[in-house]
Design a protein around this ligand. Structure first.
Ligand code: COA
Length: 431
């Protein structure tokens, strides 16, 4: 049978395809732009006709109707990384959190620790040789496709036919649903004086020839702007965003000096503008890989001069970073922060930067705190943290004593809080 006939045989409406889901199933859905909107809409519409179905997804960027506290006995959401749409449901207790490093999610799926019965994912149109690309988000989706009983792809011509091990053959697919909806785009971040100052410090420490992992948000975006004058940067990251695209287009990132995957940009999910998604389409200079490749600390750390830049919410005086909760309340997730901190620690000439403004809530709260607020989840431990950067400078912590750490961190706290932090450090007998 030709690949075209196999495709035609599998074609369904979204309202039909959802009946491939059985009561009790877990449906794995890719991160961010990889989520298939038509399938999630159809599932939401019919949610009351299912029982005990779980949808597992990191960082949803839409709010499908099944995010509904009244219908969780039918379809329930569970996630290792929160965004705006699922945060309130977690705080109210009707959405579940599965703690995990991003790099570990494929392993949880392969070992059955996260059940995987069905995959609903966005895919590119099929090539002549029967391949469809999960180019926006191979991350944990490729492992889920191997494991699932049922694979339903929402084929959308706007999804790039990306390169790398992110492709699936039509014979592995149970059903295809066609749609042509615009992909989710994120607007450019607002970069102010604080972000620019932090980025300036980081930029000074990134050498020519560094390999970069750049996190999500305004500070990482500001860092990218500071790197415009660097040469021969390499990209080995989890998120491929517009900042990285700018570096590639300006010629500052050549990938020439990377030890692993020289000459190509490596990422595991893409999130940004339409221009970014177009850039990925049939572009062999960017490869999209599963997250257990991009974020594996051993593999990523084989790149010399790996520099990783990620945000945090609070850091205590010994360097523990609470990057994902506000006290006990989840705000985001671990994501790849710890994966890349460890990778940079292994890398010859590598550095990791935890970046954060010195204060929150209009300057009323110091984000450098004597101890983390009770219940805070530690994202990067004291044994792994390397550099912490605020708009007041850089605290290099790795290899340093608790006393040295506290002094270095107080020196980059907001001046209004330095006296009380020093007093607290003395009371805690750290200094
Ligand atoms: N106490 C009280 N409130 C605080 C606070 C603190 N110590 N720190 C931050 N906040 C508040 C902020 O004021 C803000 O509230 P607002 O929206 O009402 O203004 C909110 O918490 C979020 O803080 P902000 O600094 O704006 O966060 P962000 O959107 O820039 O995201 C992280 C930063 C830390 C959440 C994000 O980088 C992250 O999730 N990191 C962990 C995972 C990771 O690094 N992954 C790898 C890259 S994908």
């Amino acid at each position: 049978m030709s690949f075209q006939s196999m495709y035609r045989e599998r074609k369904r409406e979204a309202s039909e395809a959802i009946w491939l889901v059985q009561d009790g199933d877990t449906i794995v859905v890719p991160i961010a732009a990889g989520e298939p909107p038509a399938l999630l809409r159809a599932l939401s519409e019919h949610r009351r006709e299912f029982r005990d179905v779980t949808v597992f997804q990191m960082l949803p960027l839409h709010q499908p109707d099944y995010f509904d506290p009244e219908t969780t006995q039918h379809v329930r959401h569970s996630s290792p990384f929160l965004g705006g749409p699922n945060r309130a449901g977690v705080h109210e207790g009707w959405i579940d959190v599965v703690p995990s490093h991003f790099s570990e999610v494929p392993r949880l799926i392969r070992r059955g620790l996260v059940p995987t019965d069905v995959v609903f994912a966005h895919a590119s149109p099929m090539s002549e040789d029967g391949m469809l690309a999960i180019g926006l988000s191979p991350d944990y989706t490729m492992a889920a496709i191997e494991k699932a009983r049922t694979v339903v792809l929402e084929v959308n011509p706007q999804v790039p036919f990306a390169h790398g091990p992110c492709r699936v053959h039509i014979s592995q697919v149970t059903a295809v649903v066609e749609s042509d909806e615009p992909l989710v785009e994120i607007p450019p971040t607002t970069i102010g004086d604080v972000e620019r100052a932090i980025a300036g410090y980081v930029g000074e420490l990134v050498p020519d020839g560094a390999t970069l992992q750049i996190g999500i948000g305004a500070i990482p975006d500001a860092v990218v702007q500071q790197l415009a004058s660097k040469r021969d940067l390499g990209i080995h990251t989890e998120m491929f965003g517009d900042g990285i695209l700018t570096l590639l287009e300006a010629g500052g990132a050549t990938n020439r000096r990377k030890n692993r995957h020289p000459g190509v940009t490596i990422a595991t999910f893409a999130l940004g503008s339409h221009r970014l998604y177009d850039y990925l389409d049939d572009n062999p200079s960017v490869q999209m890989h599963p997250v257990d490749v991009t974020n594996d600390p051993v593999l990523a750390g084989q790149n010399d001069r790996l520099h990783s830049i990620n945000g945090s919410l609070q850091v205590d005086l010994i360097g523990q970073c609470g990057s994902e909760t506000l006290a006990h309340k989840p705000y985001s997730g671990t994501g790849g922060q710890f994966d890349f901190v460890r990778a940079a620690n292994r890398s010859e000439g590598g550095r990791s930067f935890i970046v954060l403004p010195s204060t929150a809530k209009g300057g009323t709260i110091s984000r450098i705190a004597p101890t983390l607020a009770p219940g805070t989840h530690v994202t990067t431990s004291k044994n792994d943290v390397d550099h912490v950067v605020t708009e007041y400078g850089v605290a290099r912590l790795r290899g340093r004593t608790l006393r040295e750490r506290a002094r270095a961190l107080i020196a980059i706290a907001h001046p209004d809080f330095r006296a009380e932090l020093t007093e607290a450090a003395e009371q805690l007998r750290i200094v």
